[in-house]
Design a protein around this ligand. Structure first.
Ligand SMILES: *[C@@H]1O[C@H](CO)[C@@H](O)[C@H](O)[C@H]1NC(C)=O
Ligand SMILES: *[C@@H]1O[C@H](CO)[C@@H](O)[C@H](O)[C@H]1NC(C)=O
Ligand SMILES: *[C@@H]1O[C@H](CO)[C@@H](O)[C@H](O)[C@H]1NC(C)=O
Ligand SMILES: *[C@@H]1O[C@H](CO)[C@@H](O)[C@H](O)[C@H]1NC(C)=O
Ligand SMILES: *[C@@H]1O[C@H](CO)[C@@H](O)[C@H](O)[C@H]1NC(C)=O
Ligand SMILES: *[C@@H]1O[C@H](CO)[C@@H](O)[C@H](O)[C@H]1NC(C)=O
Ligand SMILES: *[C@@H]1O[C@H](CO)[C@@H](O)[C@H](O)[C@H]1NC(C)=O
Ligand SMILES: CC(=O)N[C@H]1CO[C@H](CO)[C@@H](O)[C@@H]1O
Length: 492
Protein backbone atom coordinates (compact mmCIF):
# COMPACT_ATOMS: atom_id res chain seq x y z
CA UNK A 1 0.00 0.00 0.00
CA UNK A 2 1.30 3.35 -0.87
CA UNK A 3 -0.31 6.70 -0.42
CA UNK A 4 1.94 9.35 -1.82
CA UNK A 5 0.50 12.58 -0.62
CA UNK A 6 3.83 14.27 -0.28
CA UNK A 7 6.01 13.63 -3.25
CA UNK A 8 4.18 14.84 -6.26
CA UNK A 9 5.81 15.60 -9.55
CA UNK A 10 3.26 18.16 -10.50
CA UNK A 11 4.48 19.17 -13.89
CA UNK A 12 4.34 15.65 -15.28
CA UNK A 13 0.59 15.89 -15.01
CA UNK A 14 0.75 18.58 -17.64
CA UNK A 15 1.74 15.97 -20.17
CA UNK A 16 -1.62 14.28 -19.76
CA UNK A 17 -3.34 13.89 -23.06
CA UNK A 18 -6.50 12.40 -21.66
CA UNK A 19 -7.87 11.99 -18.21
CA UNK A 20 -7.07 8.49 -17.04
CA UNK A 21 -7.50 8.29 -13.32
CA UNK A 22 -5.87 4.94 -12.69
CA UNK A 23 -2.56 6.00 -14.19
CA UNK A 24 -2.16 8.30 -11.22
CA UNK A 25 -3.80 6.04 -8.69
CA UNK A 26 -0.90 6.37 -6.31
CA UNK A 27 -1.05 10.13 -6.17
CA UNK A 28 -4.29 9.83 -4.35
CA UNK A 29 -5.29 13.21 -3.24
CA UNK A 30 -4.22 14.85 -6.45
CA UNK A 31 -7.40 13.71 -8.20
CA UNK A 32 -8.78 17.25 -8.27
CA UNK A 33 -5.58 18.58 -9.77
CA UNK A 34 -5.47 15.92 -12.47
CA UNK A 35 -8.96 16.80 -13.57
CA UNK A 36 -8.23 20.53 -13.57
CA UNK A 37 -5.17 19.97 -15.72
CA UNK A 38 -6.89 17.48 -17.99
CA UNK A 39 -9.61 20.03 -18.64
CA UNK A 40 -7.04 22.54 -19.85
CA UNK A 41 -6.17 20.20 -22.68
CA UNK A 42 -8.23 20.97 -25.76
CA UNK A 43 -7.98 17.35 -26.90
CA UNK A 44 -9.46 15.90 -23.75
CA UNK A 45 -12.97 14.65 -24.36
CA UNK A 46 -14.40 15.78 -21.05
CA UNK A 47 -17.75 17.45 -21.57
CA UNK A 48 -17.38 20.90 -20.02
CA UNK A 49 -20.82 22.24 -20.82
CA UNK A 50 -23.14 23.81 -18.31
CA UNK A 51 -24.63 21.41 -15.75
CA UNK A 52 -28.29 20.54 -16.14
CA UNK A 53 -30.42 18.00 -14.29
CA UNK A 54 -29.71 14.60 -15.83
CA UNK A 55 -32.94 12.84 -15.20
CA UNK A 56 -36.27 14.60 -15.33
CA UNK A 57 -38.31 11.79 -13.80
CA UNK A 58 -38.71 11.66 -10.07
CA UNK A 59 -36.82 8.47 -9.19
CA UNK A 60 -38.82 5.54 -7.86
CA UNK A 61 -38.43 4.83 -4.18
CA UNK A 62 -37.34 1.46 -2.87
CA UNK A 63 -38.98 0.30 0.36
CA UNK A 64 -36.69 0.82 3.36
CA UNK A 65 -38.86 -0.77 6.06
CA UNK A 66 -36.94 -2.21 8.98
CA UNK A 67 -33.56 -1.35 7.49
CA UNK A 68 -32.71 1.53 9.80
CA UNK A 69 -32.37 -0.63 12.93
CA UNK A 70 -30.19 -3.10 11.01
CA UNK A 71 -27.85 -0.22 10.18
CA UNK A 72 -27.31 0.79 13.79
CA UNK A 73 -23.63 0.67 14.72
CA UNK A 74 -23.45 -0.51 18.29
CA UNK A 75 -19.81 0.27 18.78
CA UNK A 76 -16.89 0.81 16.46
CA UNK A 77 -13.76 -1.18 17.32
CA UNK A 78 -11.44 0.95 19.48
CA UNK A 79 -14.09 3.56 20.12
CA UNK A 80 -14.38 5.53 23.40
CA UNK A 81 -17.86 5.67 24.96
CA UNK A 82 -20.22 8.21 23.36
CA UNK A 83 -23.83 9.20 23.82
CA UNK A 84 -25.07 9.61 20.29
CA UNK A 85 -26.43 7.10 17.78
CA UNK A 86 -24.41 5.95 14.79
CA UNK A 87 -25.61 4.13 11.71
CA UNK A 88 -23.89 2.77 8.65
CA UNK A 89 -25.02 0.79 5.64
CA UNK A 90 -25.94 0.70 2.01
CA UNK A 91 -28.69 2.42 0.05
CA UNK A 92 -29.42 0.81 -3.30
CA UNK A 93 -29.23 3.38 -6.09
CA UNK A 94 -30.15 1.13 -9.00
CA UNK A 95 -31.33 -2.44 -8.47
CA UNK A 96 -30.81 -3.56 -12.07
CA UNK A 97 -27.22 -2.37 -12.20
CA UNK A 98 -26.57 -3.49 -8.61
CA UNK A 99 -25.31 -0.09 -7.59
CA UNK A 100 -25.25 0.85 -3.90
CA UNK A 101 -23.85 3.78 -1.92
CA UNK A 102 -22.37 3.49 1.54
CA UNK A 103 -23.28 6.05 4.19
CA UNK A 104 -22.18 6.69 7.78
CA UNK A 105 -24.56 8.71 9.91
CA UNK A 106 -23.75 10.31 13.26
CA UNK A 107 -26.68 11.82 15.10
CA UNK A 108 -26.18 15.03 17.01
CA UNK A 109 -24.41 14.95 20.38
CA UNK A 110 -27.23 16.81 22.09
CA UNK A 111 -29.49 14.29 23.79
CA UNK A 112 -32.07 16.98 24.47
CA UNK A 113 -31.73 19.03 21.30
CA UNK A 114 -30.91 16.42 18.65
CA UNK A 115 -34.44 16.39 17.29
CA UNK A 116 -34.29 20.15 16.70
CA UNK A 117 -30.94 20.16 14.96
CA UNK A 118 -30.80 20.01 11.17
CA UNK A 119 -29.51 17.27 8.93
CA UNK A 120 -26.18 18.01 7.26
CA UNK A 121 -24.89 15.92 4.36
CA UNK A 122 -21.12 16.02 3.88
CA UNK A 123 -19.32 15.26 0.61
CA UNK A 124 -15.61 15.10 -0.14
CA UNK A 125 -14.29 15.72 -3.64
CA UNK A 126 -11.59 14.26 -5.83
CA UNK A 127 -13.33 13.12 -8.00
CA UNK A 128 -12.97 9.80 -6.24
CA UNK A 129 -12.14 10.70 -2.64
CA UNK A 130 -14.04 9.25 0.28
CA UNK A 131 -16.19 11.24 2.70
CA UNK A 132 -15.66 8.47 5.22
CA UNK A 133 -11.86 8.48 4.95
CA UNK A 134 -11.47 12.25 4.95
CA UNK A 135 -14.64 13.95 6.22
CA UNK A 136 -15.58 11.43 8.90
CA UNK A 137 -12.21 10.10 10.03
CA UNK A 138 -9.83 13.05 9.54
CA UNK A 139 -11.97 16.18 9.50
CA UNK A 140 -15.37 16.76 11.11
CA UNK A 141 -16.46 13.32 12.29
CA UNK A 142 -16.73 12.38 15.98
CA UNK A 143 -13.55 10.24 15.95
CA UNK A 144 -9.97 10.37 14.73
CA UNK A 145 -7.82 7.26 14.25
CA UNK A 146 -4.66 6.83 16.33
CA UNK A 147 -1.23 5.94 14.91
CA UNK A 148 -1.77 2.26 15.77
CA UNK A 149 -4.54 2.16 13.18
CA UNK A 150 -6.85 0.73 15.87
CA UNK A 151 -7.63 3.28 18.56
CA UNK A 152 -10.26 5.96 18.06
CA UNK A 153 -10.08 9.31 19.83
CA UNK A 154 -12.91 11.74 20.41
CA UNK A 155 -13.00 14.88 18.31
CA UNK A 156 -14.32 17.54 20.64
CA UNK A 157 -14.92 19.81 17.65
CA UNK A 158 -17.02 17.28 15.73
CA UNK A 159 -19.74 18.82 13.58
CA UNK A 160 -22.36 16.60 15.15
CA UNK A 161 -22.34 19.12 18.01
CA UNK A 162 -24.15 21.40 15.55
CA UNK A 163 -26.12 19.01 13.32
CA UNK A 164 -27.00 15.41 12.55
CA UNK A 165 -24.19 14.61 10.15
CA UNK A 166 -24.49 12.20 7.23
CA UNK A 167 -21.33 11.14 5.34
CA UNK A 168 -21.80 9.71 1.86
CA UNK A 169 -19.22 7.86 -0.24
CA UNK A 170 -20.02 8.82 -3.81
CA UNK A 171 -20.03 8.09 -6.75
CA UNK A 172 -19.94 4.28 -7.23
CA UNK A 173 -16.36 3.07 -6.95
CA UNK A 174 -15.47 5.42 -4.09
CA UNK A 175 -14.67 3.82 -0.74
CA UNK A 176 -17.25 1.16 0.10
CA UNK A 177 -19.75 2.38 -2.53
CA UNK A 178 -19.81 0.01 -5.47
CA UNK A 179 -21.61 -1.28 -8.49
CA UNK A 180 -22.02 -4.77 -9.89
CA UNK A 181 -21.94 -3.19 -13.37
CA UNK A 182 -18.38 -2.18 -14.25
CA UNK A 183 -19.45 0.56 -16.70
CA UNK A 184 -20.69 2.42 -13.63
CA UNK A 185 -17.05 3.11 -12.80
CA UNK A 186 -17.03 5.68 -15.59
CA UNK A 187 -17.97 8.67 -13.49
CA UNK A 188 -19.14 12.17 -14.19
CA UNK A 189 -20.84 15.21 -12.67
CA UNK A 190 -24.34 14.50 -14.02
CA UNK A 191 -24.38 10.84 -13.02
CA UNK A 192 -23.05 11.66 -9.58
CA UNK A 193 -25.67 14.33 -8.95
CA UNK A 194 -28.49 12.07 -10.17
CA UNK A 195 -27.30 9.18 -8.00
CA UNK A 196 -26.82 11.41 -4.97
CA UNK A 197 -30.40 12.58 -5.41
CA UNK A 198 -31.67 8.98 -5.48
CA UNK A 199 -29.56 8.34 -2.41
CA UNK A 200 -31.01 11.16 -0.34
CA UNK A 201 -34.60 10.36 -1.32
CA UNK A 202 -34.23 6.74 -0.27
CA UNK A 203 -32.19 7.53 2.82
CA UNK A 204 -35.05 9.75 3.99
CA UNK A 205 -37.38 6.76 3.53
CA UNK A 206 -35.11 4.75 5.81
CA UNK A 207 -34.92 7.61 8.33
CA UNK A 208 -38.39 9.14 7.92
CA UNK A 209 -38.08 11.27 11.05
CA UNK A 210 -35.67 13.46 9.05
CA UNK A 211 -38.03 13.99 6.12
CA UNK A 212 -39.17 17.45 7.11
CA UNK A 213 -35.98 18.40 8.88
CA UNK A 214 -33.97 21.32 7.51
CA UNK A 215 -31.31 19.92 5.20
CA UNK A 216 -27.91 21.49 4.56
CA UNK A 217 -25.40 20.12 2.09
CA UNK A 218 -21.71 20.75 2.68
CA UNK A 219 -18.43 19.72 1.14
CA UNK A 220 -14.96 20.71 0.05
CA UNK A 221 -12.73 20.74 -3.01
CA UNK A 222 -14.34 19.00 -6.00
CA UNK A 223 -17.53 18.83 -3.92
CA UNK A 224 -17.70 22.45 -5.08
CA UNK A 225 -19.34 20.65 -8.02
CA UNK A 226 -21.16 17.86 -6.19
CA UNK A 227 -22.87 20.08 -3.62
CA UNK A 228 -24.42 22.69 -5.96
CA UNK A 229 -25.29 20.03 -8.53
CA UNK A 230 -27.16 17.88 -6.01
CA UNK A 231 -28.80 21.03 -4.64
CA UNK A 232 -29.84 21.95 -8.17
CA UNK A 233 -31.50 18.55 -8.63
CA UNK A 234 -33.36 19.03 -5.35
CA UNK A 235 -34.59 22.49 -6.38
CA UNK A 236 -35.48 21.16 -9.83
CA UNK A 237 -37.63 18.30 -8.52
CA UNK A 238 -39.27 20.44 -5.83
CA UNK A 239 -40.25 22.98 -8.47
CA UNK A 240 -41.46 20.36 -10.90
CA UNK A 241 -43.63 18.71 -8.25
CA UNK A 242 -44.66 22.10 -6.85
CA UNK A 243 -43.97 20.87 -3.34
CA UNK A 244 -41.09 20.47 -0.94
CA UNK A 245 -39.94 16.91 -1.58
CA UNK A 246 -36.64 17.66 0.14
CA UNK A 247 -36.40 20.56 2.56
CA UNK A 248 -33.09 22.08 1.41
CA UNK A 249 -32.15 25.23 3.34
CA UNK A 250 -28.57 25.91 2.43
CA UNK A 251 -25.20 24.85 1.06
CA UNK A 252 -21.72 25.23 2.50
CA UNK A 253 -18.68 24.74 0.25
CA UNK A 254 -15.02 25.14 1.14
CA UNK A 255 -11.79 25.40 -0.86
CA UNK A 256 -14.17 24.59 -3.62
CA UNK A 257 -13.71 24.09 -7.33
CA UNK A 258 -16.19 26.68 -8.62
CA UNK A 259 -15.06 28.29 -11.83
CA UNK A 260 -12.12 26.83 -13.78
CA UNK A 261 -10.86 30.07 -15.25
CA UNK A 262 -10.47 31.86 -11.92
CA UNK A 263 -9.53 28.69 -10.02
CA UNK A 264 -6.53 28.27 -12.34
CA UNK A 265 -5.35 31.86 -12.28
CA UNK A 266 -6.09 32.10 -8.56
CA UNK A 267 -3.90 29.09 -7.86
CA UNK A 268 -0.86 30.48 -9.67
CA UNK A 269 -1.41 33.91 -8.13
CA UNK A 270 -1.55 32.31 -4.68
CA UNK A 271 1.76 30.58 -5.41
CA UNK A 272 3.25 33.93 -6.37
CA UNK A 273 1.91 35.97 -3.48
CA UNK A 274 3.00 33.32 -0.98
CA UNK A 275 6.52 33.34 -2.39
CA UNK A 276 6.36 29.77 -3.69
CA UNK A 277 7.34 30.75 -7.24
CA UNK A 278 9.38 33.57 -8.77
CA UNK A 279 7.70 36.85 -9.65
CA UNK A 280 9.11 36.43 -13.17
CA UNK A 281 7.33 33.09 -13.58
CA UNK A 282 4.11 34.60 -12.40
CA UNK A 283 4.57 37.48 -14.83
CA UNK A 284 5.04 35.04 -17.71
CA UNK A 285 1.93 33.09 -16.70
CA UNK A 286 -0.05 36.32 -16.79
CA UNK A 287 1.42 37.15 -20.16
CA UNK A 288 1.01 33.79 -21.90
CA UNK A 289 -1.86 31.99 -20.16
CA UNK A 290 -5.48 32.65 -20.94
CA UNK A 291 -7.59 30.25 -18.90
CA UNK A 292 -10.92 31.45 -20.29
CA UNK A 293 -13.15 28.58 -21.43
CA UNK A 294 -12.89 29.26 -25.16
CA UNK A 295 -9.11 29.57 -25.25
CA UNK A 296 -6.63 26.76 -25.69
CA UNK A 297 -3.53 26.70 -23.55
CA UNK A 298 -0.51 27.61 -25.67
CA UNK A 299 2.80 25.76 -25.56
CA UNK A 300 4.36 28.90 -24.14
CA UNK A 301 1.83 28.89 -21.32
CA UNK A 302 2.40 25.19 -20.58
CA UNK A 303 6.10 25.89 -20.30
CA UNK A 304 5.62 28.45 -17.54
CA UNK A 305 2.98 26.42 -15.73
CA UNK A 306 5.48 23.56 -15.65
CA UNK A 307 8.16 25.97 -14.42
CA UNK A 308 5.87 27.09 -11.60
CA UNK A 309 4.78 23.57 -10.64
CA UNK A 310 8.39 22.48 -10.45
CA UNK A 311 9.63 25.54 -8.58
CA UNK A 312 7.31 24.88 -5.65
CA UNK A 313 9.28 21.80 -4.64
CA UNK A 314 8.15 19.07 -2.33
CA UNK A 315 5.69 20.74 0.03
CA UNK A 316 2.30 19.80 1.40
CA UNK A 317 0.27 21.66 -1.18
CA UNK A 318 -2.92 21.20 0.88
CA UNK A 319 -1.42 23.25 3.70
CA UNK A 320 1.70 25.02 2.51
CA UNK A 321 3.14 25.47 6.03
CA UNK A 322 2.40 21.94 7.34
CA UNK A 323 4.94 19.10 7.67
CA UNK A 324 5.02 16.20 5.23
CA UNK A 325 4.43 12.57 6.15
CA UNK A 326 7.81 10.81 6.22
CA UNK A 327 6.89 7.52 7.88
CA UNK A 328 3.48 6.03 7.39
CA UNK A 329 4.19 2.88 9.40
CA UNK A 330 1.77 2.17 12.21
CA UNK A 331 3.08 2.23 15.78
CA UNK A 332 2.27 -0.58 18.23
CA UNK A 333 1.34 1.98 20.89
CA UNK A 334 -0.55 5.01 19.60
CA UNK A 335 1.42 8.24 19.62
CA UNK A 336 0.20 11.03 21.90
CA UNK A 337 -2.96 12.37 20.35
CA UNK A 338 -3.79 16.02 19.86
CA UNK A 339 -6.92 17.11 18.07
CA UNK A 340 -5.27 20.45 17.23
CA UNK A 341 -2.28 18.87 15.48
CA UNK A 342 -3.39 16.30 12.94
CA UNK A 343 -0.69 13.77 12.13
CA UNK A 344 0.44 14.30 8.53
CA UNK A 345 0.44 10.50 8.15
CA UNK A 346 -3.23 10.12 9.15
CA UNK A 347 -4.16 8.72 5.72
CA UNK A 348 -2.21 5.59 6.60
CA UNK A 349 -3.90 5.18 9.99
CA UNK A 350 -7.35 5.54 8.45
CA UNK A 351 -6.47 3.18 5.62
CA UNK A 352 -5.47 0.54 8.13
CA UNK A 353 -8.52 1.09 10.32
CA UNK A 354 -11.13 0.96 7.57
CA UNK A 355 -9.59 -2.17 6.04
CA UNK A 356 -9.90 -4.18 9.29
CA UNK A 357 -12.54 -6.90 8.73
CA UNK A 358 -13.98 -6.28 12.25
CA UNK A 359 -14.34 -2.57 11.51
CA UNK A 360 -16.10 -3.28 8.23
CA UNK A 361 -18.39 -5.73 9.98
CA UNK A 362 -19.25 -3.24 12.72
CA UNK A 363 -19.96 -0.59 10.09
CA UNK A 364 -22.01 -2.93 7.83
CA UNK A 365 -19.62 -2.08 5.03
CA UNK A 366 -18.20 -4.22 2.22
CA UNK A 367 -21.01 -6.78 2.62
CA UNK A 368 -20.45 -8.07 -0.93
CA UNK A 369 -16.72 -8.69 -0.33
CA UNK A 370 -15.34 -6.38 -2.99
CA UNK A 371 -12.19 -7.66 -4.69
CA UNK A 372 -10.17 -4.53 -3.96
CA UNK A 373 -9.30 -2.74 -0.74
CA UNK A 374 -10.84 0.40 0.70
CA UNK A 375 -8.87 3.44 -0.51
CA UNK A 376 -9.03 7.08 0.58
CA UNK A 377 -9.27 8.09 -3.10
CA UNK A 378 -10.52 5.58 -5.62
CA UNK A 379 -8.37 3.31 -7.73
CA UNK A 380 -11.37 1.80 -9.49
CA UNK A 381 -12.99 4.92 -10.96
CA UNK A 382 -11.86 4.77 -14.57
CA UNK A 383 -12.51 8.19 -16.00
CA UNK A 384 -14.57 11.32 -15.61
CA UNK A 385 -16.95 12.08 -18.45
CA UNK A 386 -18.31 15.55 -17.71
CA UNK A 387 -17.20 18.42 -15.55
CA UNK A 388 -18.80 21.83 -16.00
CA UNK A 389 -16.48 24.83 -16.47
CA UNK A 390 -18.32 26.71 -13.78
CA UNK A 391 -21.02 26.27 -11.15
CA UNK A 392 -21.65 30.01 -10.76
CA UNK A 393 -25.04 29.82 -12.53
CA UNK A 394 -26.13 27.21 -9.97
CA UNK A 395 -25.01 29.39 -7.08
CA UNK A 396 -26.98 32.28 -8.55
CA UNK A 397 -30.01 30.01 -8.85
CA UNK A 398 -29.86 29.24 -5.11
CA UNK A 399 -29.44 32.90 -4.26
CA UNK A 400 -32.57 33.66 -6.27
CA UNK A 401 -34.46 30.88 -4.46
CA UNK A 402 -33.73 31.89 -0.87
CA UNK A 403 -31.23 29.10 -0.26
CA UNK A 404 -28.39 30.11 2.06
CA UNK A 405 -24.96 29.88 0.45
CA UNK A 406 -21.76 30.06 2.48
CA UNK A 407 -18.44 29.78 0.69
CA UNK A 408 -15.46 29.25 2.97
CA UNK A 409 -11.75 28.89 2.48
CA UNK A 410 -8.85 27.68 4.58
CA UNK A 411 -6.32 30.38 3.76
CA UNK A 412 -3.13 28.29 3.56
CA UNK A 413 -4.38 25.75 1.02
CA UNK A 414 -2.37 25.87 -2.20
CA UNK A 415 -4.54 23.50 -4.21
CA UNK A 416 -7.88 25.31 -4.38
CA UNK A 417 -6.72 28.49 -2.68
CA UNK A 418 -8.53 31.48 -1.26
CA UNK A 419 -7.27 33.72 -4.07
CA UNK A 420 -9.20 31.74 -6.70
CA UNK A 421 -12.34 31.79 -4.58
CA UNK A 422 -12.08 35.57 -4.25
CA UNK A 423 -11.71 35.89 -8.02
CA UNK A 424 -14.81 33.71 -8.51
CA UNK A 425 -16.78 35.98 -6.18
CA UNK A 426 -15.62 38.96 -8.23
CA UNK A 427 -16.84 37.29 -11.42
CA UNK A 428 -20.23 36.83 -9.79
CA UNK A 429 -20.54 40.62 -9.60
CA UNK A 430 -22.76 40.71 -6.54
CA UNK A 431 -23.08 43.55 -4.11
CA UNK A 432 -21.76 43.55 -0.59
CA UNK A 433 -24.22 43.84 2.29
CA UNK A 434 -21.68 43.74 5.14
CA UNK A 435 -18.08 44.74 4.45
CA UNK A 436 -15.02 42.56 4.99
CA UNK A 437 -14.25 42.15 8.71
CA UNK A 438 -12.40 39.87 11.09
CA UNK A 439 -14.25 37.16 13.01
CA UNK A 440 -13.08 35.67 16.30
CA UNK A 441 -12.77 32.50 18.27
CA UNK A 442 -11.17 32.30 21.73
CA UNK A 443 -9.98 35.90 21.42
CA UNK A 444 -8.04 35.24 18.21
CA UNK A 445 -8.99 36.22 14.70
CA UNK A 446 -10.46 33.02 13.26
CA UNK A 447 -10.51 34.48 9.77
CA UNK A 448 -12.39 37.10 7.79
CA UNK A 449 -15.90 37.34 6.45
CA UNK A 450 -17.96 39.37 4.02
CA UNK A 451 -21.71 39.21 3.37
CA UNK A 452 -23.18 39.63 -0.08
CA UNK A 453 -26.74 40.14 -1.26
CA UNK A 454 -29.19 37.22 -1.26
CA UNK A 455 -27.72 35.36 1.68
CA UNK A 456 -24.31 34.62 0.26
CA UNK A 457 -21.51 34.74 2.84
CA UNK A 458 -17.80 34.34 2.29
CA UNK A 459 -15.65 33.14 5.22
CA UNK A 460 -11.94 32.53 5.47
CA UNK A 461 -10.46 30.27 8.12
CA UNK A 462 -7.08 31.51 9.17
CA UNK A 463 -4.24 28.96 9.27
CA UNK A 464 -6.41 26.17 7.84
CA UNK A 465 -5.45 24.13 4.82
CA UNK A 466 -7.58 22.41 2.19
CA UNK A 467 -9.31 20.23 4.79
CA UNK A 468 -10.36 23.03 7.12
CA UNK A 469 -11.64 20.89 10.04
CA UNK A 470 -8.44 18.79 9.99
CA UNK A 471 -6.15 21.75 10.51
CA UNK A 472 -8.34 24.14 12.53
CA UNK A 473 -11.12 21.98 13.97
CA UNK A 474 -12.05 24.68 16.52
CA UNK A 475 -12.59 27.32 13.86
CA UNK A 476 -14.34 24.77 11.65
CA UNK A 477 -16.92 24.13 14.38
CA UNK A 478 -17.56 27.89 14.72
CA UNK A 479 -18.09 28.04 10.98
CA UNK A 480 -20.65 25.24 10.79
CA UNK A 481 -22.50 26.29 13.95
CA UNK A 482 -23.05 29.81 12.65
CA UNK A 483 -23.86 28.54 9.20
CA UNK A 484 -26.69 26.24 10.33
CA UNK A 485 -28.01 28.85 12.77
CA UNK A 486 -27.78 31.55 10.12
CA UNK A 487 -26.05 33.86 12.59
CA UNK A 488 -23.02 36.07 11.94
CA UNK A 489 -19.63 34.83 13.09
CA UNK A 490 -18.55 36.56 16.33
CA UNK A 491 -16.97 39.99 15.91
CA UNK A 492 -14.85 39.73 19.03
C1 LIG B 1 -30.61 1.15 -13.85
O1 LIG B 1 -29.53 0.51 -14.50
C2 LIG B 1 -29.90 -0.11 -15.70
C3 LIG B 1 -28.70 -0.96 -16.14
O2 LIG B 1 -27.49 -0.24 -16.06
C4 LIG B 1 -30.32 0.94 -16.69
O3 LIG B 1 -30.67 0.37 -17.93
C5 LIG B 1 -31.51 1.70 -16.11
O4 LIG B 1 -31.86 2.78 -16.95
C6 LIG B 1 -31.18 2.24 -14.73
N1 LIG B 1 -32.40 2.75 -14.13
C7 LIG B 1 -32.54 4.01 -13.73
C8 LIG B 1 -33.84 4.39 -13.12
O5 LIG B 1 -31.62 4.84 -13.83
C1 LIG C 1 -24.25 -7.06 -6.15
O1 LIG C 1 -23.98 -8.43 -6.30
C2 LIG C 1 -23.90 -9.18 -5.09
C3 LIG C 1 -23.47 -10.59 -5.43
O2 LIG C 1 -24.31 -11.13 -6.37
C4 LIG C 1 -25.22 -9.13 -4.39
O3 LIG C 1 -25.16 -9.81 -3.15
C5 LIG C 1 -25.59 -7.66 -4.12
O4 LIG C 1 -26.87 -7.56 -3.54
C6 LIG C 1 -25.57 -6.86 -5.42
N1 LIG C 1 -25.74 -5.47 -5.11
C7 LIG C 1 -26.86 -4.78 -5.38
C8 LIG C 1 -26.89 -3.35 -4.96
O5 LIG C 1 -27.79 -5.26 -5.96
C1 LIG D 1 -48.44 25.10 -6.53
O1 LIG D 1 -49.11 24.85 -5.32
C2 LIG D 1 -49.74 26.00 -4.76
C3 LIG D 1 -50.28 25.66 -3.37
O2 LIG D 1 -50.39 24.28 -3.16
C4 LIG D 1 -50.83 26.47 -5.70
O3 LIG D 1 -51.45 27.63 -5.19
C5 LIG D 1 -50.19 26.80 -7.07
O4 LIG D 1 -51.17 27.14 -8.00
C6 LIG D 1 -49.40 25.60 -7.59
N1 LIG D 1 -48.66 26.00 -8.78
C7 LIG D 1 -48.58 25.24 -9.86
C8 LIG D 1 -47.75 25.79 -10.98
O5 LIG D 1 -49.12 24.17 -9.96
C1 LIG E 1 -8.86 24.98 -29.50
O1 LIG E 1 -8.59 23.65 -29.93
C2 LIG E 1 -9.72 23.00 -30.48
C3 LIG E 1 -9.37 21.53 -30.71
O2 LIG E 1 -8.03 21.37 -31.05
C4 LIG E 1 -10.15 23.74 -31.74
O3 LIG E 1 -11.29 23.13 -32.29
C5 LIG E 1 -10.50 25.19 -31.37
O4 LIG E 1 -10.82 25.94 -32.51
C6 LIG E 1 -9.33 25.85 -30.65
N1 LIG E 1 -9.78 27.15 -30.15
C7 LIG E 1 -9.05 28.27 -30.26
C8 LIG E 1 -9.65 29.52 -29.71
O5 LIG E 1 -7.96 28.29 -30.80
C1 LIG F 1 8.08 1.87 7.07
O1 LIG F 1 9.39 1.81 7.58
C2 LIG F 1 10.35 1.30 6.64
C3 LIG F 1 11.68 1.10 7.36
O2 LIG F 1 12.04 2.27 8.07
C4 LIG F 1 10.45 2.23 5.45
O3 LIG F 1 11.34 1.74 4.50
C5 LIG F 1 9.05 2.36 4.83
O4 LIG F 1 9.05 3.31 3.78
C6 LIG F 1 8.02 2.79 5.86
N1 LIG F 1 6.69 2.72 5.27
C7 LIG F 1 5.92 3.77 5.14
C8 LIG F 1 4.57 3.49 4.58
O5 LIG F 1 6.24 4.89 5.44
C1 LIG G 1 -13.80 -6.34 1.18
O1 LIG G 1 -13.58 -7.59 1.78
C2 LIG G 1 -12.67 -8.42 1.09
C3 LIG G 1 -12.66 -9.79 1.75
O2 LIG G 1 -12.50 -9.67 3.12
C4 LIG G 1 -11.32 -7.75 1.13
O3 LIG G 1 -10.36 -8.54 0.47
C5 LIG G 1 -11.42 -6.39 0.45
O4 LIG G 1 -10.19 -5.68 0.55
C6 LIG G 1 -12.52 -5.55 1.06
N1 LIG G 1 -12.74 -4.39 0.21
C7 LIG G 1 -13.10 -3.21 0.67
C8 LIG G 1 -13.35 -2.11 -0.34
O5 LIG G 1 -13.23 -2.95 1.83
C1 LIG H 1 -22.27 44.13 -12.49
O1 LIG H 1 -23.49 44.46 -11.89
C2 LIG H 1 -23.87 45.82 -12.11
C3 LIG H 1 -25.09 46.13 -11.26
O2 LIG H 1 -25.98 45.05 -11.24
C4 LIG H 1 -24.09 46.04 -13.61
O3 LIG H 1 -24.44 47.37 -13.86
C5 LIG H 1 -22.80 45.70 -14.35
O4 LIG H 1 -23.00 45.79 -15.74
C6 LIG H 1 -22.31 44.30 -13.99
N1 LIG H 1 -21.00 44.08 -14.55
C7 LIG H 1 -20.68 43.00 -15.24
C8 LIG H 1 -19.27 42.92 -15.73
O5 LIG H 1 -21.47 42.11 -15.47
C1 LIG I 1 -32.49 34.67 6.17
C2 LIG I 1 -31.95 35.79 5.36
O1 LIG I 1 -30.89 36.32 5.63
N1 LIG I 1 -32.66 36.16 4.33
C3 LIG I 1 -32.26 37.23 3.43
C4 LIG I 1 -31.90 36.64 2.11
O2 LIG I 1 -31.61 37.65 1.16
C5 LIG I 1 -32.68 38.53 0.93
C6 LIG I 1 -32.26 39.49 -0.18
O3 LIG I 1 -30.97 39.98 0.01
C7 LIG I 1 -33.06 39.24 2.21
O4 LIG I 1 -34.17 40.09 2.01
C8 LIG I 1 -33.40 38.21 3.28
O5 LIG I 1 -33.63 38.84 4.51
Amino acid sequence: MEIKTSHIVLFSVLLLSSFVLHTFAKRHREADYQLLKAKLNSNSNIDKSHFTAYDNHLPELITQKGLKEKDRIHRLPGQPPVRFNQYGGYITINETAGRAFYYYFTEAQHPSKAQDLPLLLWLNGGPGCSSLGYGAMQELGPFRVGSDGKTLYKNKFAWNYAANVLFLESPAGVGFSYSNTTEDYFGGDRKTAADNYVFILNWLERFPEYKNRDLYIAGESYAGHYVPQLAHNIVYHNKKANKTIINLKGILIGNAVINDETDNMGMYDFFANHALIARETSGKIHKYCDFSPKMNISDECYKFLAEADQAIGNINIYNIYYPLCFDGNLTSIPKKFSIMAIDPCSDYFVYSYLNHPEVQEAMHANVTKLHYDWQPCSDVLKKWEDSAQTVIPLIKEFMANGIRVWIFSGDVDGRVPVTGTQYALEVMNISTINAWRAWYRDGEVGGYTQDYEDNLTFVTIREAGHQVPSYRPDRGLSLVSHFVEGTPLPNK
